[in-house]
Design a protein around this ligand. Structure first.
Ligand SMILES: C[S@@+](CC[C@H](N)C(=O)[O-])C[C@H]1O[C@@H](n2cnc3c(N)ncnc32)[C@H](O)[C@@H]1O
Length: 283
């Protein structure tokens, strides 16, 4: 990997603050699995195609893409800035005997992505670039002419029950976190309607469409109510909301967050809505 254009993101995704993505890889994947289906179905993969998964993390969508393109010439390449997450992805591929998935460490904004690919996909791996136009131009140049992109990002926090319900409960007890500066990399970087589509268009993609998608998720995957609460407690968004409030305020905030989940309890787990943009385009 060359000098990263995103040093803070590289540090974050390789450091202790994102360790829960590695430790809780199975839970994240179980929780996000329906949204992986959304991206992969939108990509309409066919046998023999080559797929680039941008910000593939632990590789769940890369491995599923590899299965969908078959094991003739079809191949899926997961590209990510996080060495520990790619380690999970590689061991999953070898444990499952998936030979047509590969993983490459690098910054998708600046590093060569390999290719040419027929399709680029991403499930929440494209919101962390300091220069999205440069990053999407890099992705576009790795695609064959006419190659497809299918990308998923979050809509605003207020539309995402899984964030706003616990956050609203917490800030009765701790000061609300400072909103991130506009356009700062982060999970809600492209929340505003049309912003991801505009970034793709600026990078030279054509026929760009943007669809609002809503779908339920089980917080932390299937399990008991306490499993879901444990997942919530250890989550980066919760850490940010609790900030450096005094311990006693944090305890009250956590208890309020737990209570706020109760109406969403089901036999399968804590079911809450996720609100996303599905953005498609062609190189
Ligand atoms: C929210 S996680 C999503 C991971 C995965 N797509 C999934 O759905 O489980 C965001 C991912 O983007 C990766 N990422 C962030 N900035 C990146 C960059 N500049 N280049 C490549 N990957 C990046 C992170 O390392 C992380 O794996």
């Amino acid at each position: 990997m060359t000098e990263s254009a995103n040093p803070e993101q590289r540090e974050y995704w390789n450091g202790p603050d994102s360790q829960e993505w590695v430790e809780d890889a199975e839970r994240y994947d179980a929780m996000l699995a329906p949204y992986g289906e959304t991206v992969l179905d939108a990509a309409a993969l066919t046998s023999g195609e080559r797929v680039l998964d941008v910000g593939c993390g632990n590789g769940a969508t890369t491995l599923e893409a590899a299965a969908r393109v078959g094991d003739g010439d079809g191949e899926a390449v997961g590209f990510d800035i996080s060495a520990p997450m790619l380690e999970v992805a590689r061991s999953r591929a070898s444990e499952r005997g998936i030979a047509n998935a590969r993983f490459t460490l690098g910054d998708a904004q600046t590093d060569a992505l390999g290719g040419p690919y027929d399709v680029a996909i991403s499930r929440f791996g494209i919101m962390f670039f300091s220069d999205p136009a440069a990053a999407f131009a890099n992705v576009r140049s790795a695609l064959l002419p006419g190659g497809r992109a299918a990308l998923l990002c979050w809509r605003p926090m207020l539309e995402n029950e899984w964030v706003i319900v616990p956050t609203a409960a917490a800030i009765e007890h701790v000061p609300p976190p400072e909103p991130p500066p506009p356009d700062a990399p982060g999970p809600f970087r492209f929340a505003e309607k049309g912003s991801l589509a505009a970034a793709l268009t600026a990078a030279g993609f054509v026929d760009v469409t943007s669809d609002a998608v809503d779908g339920p998720m089980l917080l932390g995957g299937p399990g008991s109510f306490d499993d879901a609460y444990d997942f919530l407690k250890g989550n980066g968004i919760t850490r940010r909301v609790l900030g450096d409030a005094p311990d006693e305020a944090k305890t009250r905030a956590l208890s309020a967050m737990r209570d706020a989940l109760l109406p969403f309890r089901t036999d399968a787990g804590v079911r809450m809505n996720g609100a996303m943009w599905l953005v498609r385009g062609r190189a």
